[in-house]
Design a protein around this ligand. Sequence first.
Ligand code: CP
Length: 328
Amino acid sequence: MNRQIRKDLLGLEGMSAKEIGLILDTAVSFKEISERPVKKVPALRGKTVVNLFFEPSTRTRASFELAEKRLSADSVNISKAGSSVAKGESLRDTAENLEAMKIDVIVIRHGSAGAPHFLASLLDASVVNAGDGAHEHPTQGLLDIFTLREKLEDLKGRKITIIGDIAHSRVARSNIFGLVTLGARVTVCGPPTMIPPRINDLGVEVETNLRRAVEDADALNVLRIQLERQKVSLFPSLAEYANVYGINRERLAWLKPSCLIMHPGPMNRGVEISQDVADGDRAVILEQVTNGVAVRMAVLYLLCEGAQKEKAVEVDEMEEEKADSRTF
Ligand code: CP
């Protein structure tokens, strides 16, 4: 994610295996910082990050804030309710006012797909997508892939099954883009009403039968049923969903003994995942959360480092121009 390649992290679509690898390798070195008694390094001292959250969040917001603090950046948190957006200010005015305060990065979560892209086109500051509508959630995709890489090492040829409301899931989309790029075999599974048409075009297999989807999988990524994003009911009831697609103790018998259970959170315990599976030996759900801080530290560090390098190049070019003008 060198600045010469991109200034923002908006999604995993189109990101190369090399770029993903750079972020994940950088995250490996940052993970250890969170194990130290003093969890802080000066890598982003003097940088300012604004966390702009227009939708609720526990994990992503806390994780970004901790990542910023552990890198010694100054951070500011803004949510819809406490900001002038609640008084009718536009997203554009909000962002331009923040940039006028000389910030370096905006982390944005927004209910509308494309909101981070809009800010990225307006601002010199780097923009990080922390989830935009049903479009992408790139840092969740990266932390899921980081966790899979820690457990499975090379992901080439590994079968990863994503189960649930694929049509409304930004987590599914970011996982699909990243995993397919890294050579994993991705299967998506859920009721036909939750599988978007032409999803195969993204390089995944579709399987509506849960048993067939999970047998021989190396990991399951179990998605939350997102009632808030469904405009019409896509299945008869939550109990029905749990009966047909829920991952519970009985269904663990269908899996390979080594199959990992992932969930991006927040979980609807008893719906897409049972209590005992969520808290069981195969679950790596809290490890995903731990890894999220390291991955977000890596993303922020690489974006700011890229910006710094670009400024250094600009200064060098200005010096060269000055020297040239003296020469002539
Ligand atoms: N996984 C995830 O995005 O969780 P939050 O909504 O709590 O940030």
